[in-house]
Design a protein around this ligand. Sequence first.
Ligand code: ATP
Ligand code: MG
Length: 390
Amino acid sequence: MMDLPPEIIEIIACLNDSGYKAYAVGGCVRDHLRGVLPHDYDVTTDALPETVARLFPHTVPTGIAHGTVTVVDDGMPVEVTTFRQEFGYSDRRRPDRVAFVADVKEDLARRDFTVNAMAYHPTEGLVDPFGGQKDLENGVLRAVGDSSLRFREDALRSLRLFRFAATLGFQPEEKTCAAALQSAPLLENISKERIAAELQKTVCGAFADAVTPLLQTGGLAFLGISSSAPLTRLTQLPPKKELRLFAFLYCCQSSVSVLKTLRYSNAIVDYAGKFDRLLKGEKIKSRTDIKRALRNFGQEILTDFFGFREVFFGESAQPLLRETEDILYKEEPYRLSQLAVNGKNLKSVGIRGEAVGQALDFLLEAVLEEPQKNTAPQLLALAEQFKRNQ
Ligand code: ATP
Ligand code: MG
């Protein structure tokens, strides 16, 4: 028995009451069976998308042509997709055509792995035509149907195989693994956004080093990403996407510019650029070094950076983290905005125009070393000195 959330039970009941079949399907069934709370639920039905849109008061036509309507009635949005078959992948990206079908088993047959190809109905129970439950119990990832064909159809599945290995800790079955590696070069035809989404989940996985075979065989070489050594260190970092993506590229000795190529968000690209600069910069030793880094990079990246150095270089992060906390707790100044004087105040000692910025930088340098100097009289005296030396 699976405990489905009330929203899902209601959607299924509503479709059933109108004479349609409906099941929870895919990742949510897999996660329920392995005792993990699913992060979202998908429903599959033989009702056509127009019908689904008509039956529920609030829907979004997410992908009508492919059969997907999102029902947003009870807060949690739920994707409801019509049973479908897919035909022809001539561009190796997406099916040339989908056909809506009557049997849930035909829908399950188009899905990638047996553990993802199960459906569940509150009274009918589990629909599992490909032995997904057994594979789940054994922790095996097996392609549904002819593995070579399935990976040639859609090369994204090659990356997805390693994504699920990385997140679930499951073992790719031998033939499935060989076929995935063989088709991996076709990933080049897949949209960068789809690759990026899978890669992000992969590197954040508790078993992220499971992606190693894909890197060793050059499956991501077209992106300038490859590695011969296992990525064991990666899994010792917290599963924070920015940090894991950076560390992943670091392990592969790849450029952080890959993140731009993969169209990751500006926030991620920016984080990695800063992290890279920190890593290539002077080693952080003194309290003043920490303050300078806080000014240039901010607390979040700096804290992550200390953790990274501990994992990759064996340097204990605790003393540096404690000192950073102490600086912040004592509100020791490390930013211009924390100085006891501002540009206006400097006018009183005759500093104007371009010299203002330089003088403020000079004052900040001084208080970085000696925070007790951060009082208006002391800083104004220092500013006069600065002016005389100009
Ligand atoms: P997660 O919990 O990470 O979301 P998921 O299994 O729900 O995992 P999704 O990418 O959300 O993964 O896909 C939902 C379902 O759609 C999968 O479980 C699988 O049945 C099917 N699916 C998704 N992508 C593909 C694909 N490229 N080829 C075949 N089936 C796929
Ligand atoms: Mg999902």
